[in-house]
Design a protein around this ligand. Structure first.
Ligand SMILES: [Zn+2]
Length: 348
């Protein structure tokens, strides 16, 4: 279903600028894009969760998934991902090298995973469930109380959903698209854009449910090396999420644990440090949305520009994975360097 037709389906009552912008970009992309409504949610009207693919669908090729708006308050994540999709579809009209690149890679975009939460100005989805605590993964060590996910009440934040219940429609839609478009390929990455944690922009990788590293630590370290080598002035803190806090129910942990063993799957989470925006504009503290988003236009434009190179890096790293993924003994070299960099003090 295209953006144009989904616009007609609904009984939306409140404008949702992020969804409208995404649907404009879908229209702009036209025949370059394969679009579907992955699920629909009710929030004062019916809202679609769009999944958009482009590039070569051949499953023997690498793939990258870009995700945003998992937490309804974190509007800037949806805007960053939509801005990158806009950037790509605009360039497809004239950029021959980009067209060639997209012959070698598959891209998946889900820029607004939780439109209901965004419409209602809540972190959770309309059922009160925090989608990033909703997967069937239990923290092995002590998760942070409440923040790490809780089943006490949907009235409290970080609610995981009822015990034993299936995942929410939005979580299921995301996981199904990852399984279909990213899993099982020789190499795939995901970049899930969030905001709200601390002063610095962070790039997190799994796990969130335990402090020991994931199987693909050598590949993560090699990715880190080519990123830092080609972006020497970057300002991201790159680390396993477990270095900050442990949590139950992380969708990316779940998707790493259930990924087929052939191929490499590296999901990253971009956590844009929104406290800096609050520091520069303290009045934002009095706005719920303002704690998670830059409210001043020039600052938002700067944020949208700042992360484009990272998203473009993901595309190029995936397309060129054969040139840098460590093989044979090099895997062990990278594993040891990854352990020294991120897991010192752990017997992993
Ligand atoms: Zn978030």
């Amino acid at each position: 279903m295209t953006g144009a037709s989904t616009k007609l389906d609904g009984v939306r009552t409140k404008p949702l600028p992020e969804l409208e912008e995404l649907e404009r970009v879908i229209e702009l992309g036209g025949a370059h894009l394969q679009c579907e409504v992955a699920c629909e949610v009710m929030a004062g009207g019916t809202l679609p969760v769009h999944a958009i693919s482009l590039g070569n669908p051949d499953p023997s090729l690498p793939a990258v998934g870009f995700f945003g708006g998992v937490h309804g308050l974190e509007r800037i994540g949806a805007r960053v991902v939509t801005a990158y999709l806009h950037h790509l579809v605009s360039r497809l009209a004239w950029d021959a090298s980009l067209r060639q690149l997209l012959e070698q890679v598959r891209l998946l975009f889900m820029p607004l995973v939780n439109p209901g939460g965004m419409a209602l100005d809540t972190r959770a989805n309309p059922a009160g469930v925090d989608l990033m605590r909703n997967a069937p993964v239990e923290a092995r060590e002590r998760a942070l109380w409440l923040i790490g996910g809780q089943r006490i009440s949907r009235a409290l934040p970080w609610y995981r959903g009822p015990h034993g219940a299936p995942m929410e429609a939005e979580s299921t839609a995301l996981c199904e698209r990852v399984v279909r478009e990213l899993h099982g390929r020789p190499f795939s990455m995901a970049l899930d854009c969030h905001s709200g944690f601390g002063m610095r922009d962070r790039l997190w990788f799994p796990f969130a449910h335990r402090s020991a590293p994931m199987e693909s630590l050598p590949e993560l370290h090699a990715l880190h090396e080519i990123f830092t080598g080609s972006h020497v002035h970057h300002d991201y803190v790159i680390e396993p999420q477990s270095r900050q806090y442990l949590a139950h129910g992380d969708l990316w942990d779940h998707l790493v644990l259930t990924a087929p063993r052939q191929g490499v799957f590296l999901p990253l989470t971009l956590e844009m440090g929104s406290w800096l925006w609050v520091k520069k504009n303290p009045r934002q503290l009095f706005s719920r949305v303002g704690i998670f988003n830059p409210l001043i236009a020039h600052r938002e434009q700067r944020v949208l520009r700042r992360h484009l190179p990272l998203l473009d890096f993901a595309l190029r790293a995936a397309a060129g994975h054969r040139l840098w993924l460590p093989q044979g003994e090099q895997r062990e070299v990278h594993r040891r360097r990854g352990l020294a960099l991120w897991y010192r003090g752990l017997d992993a």
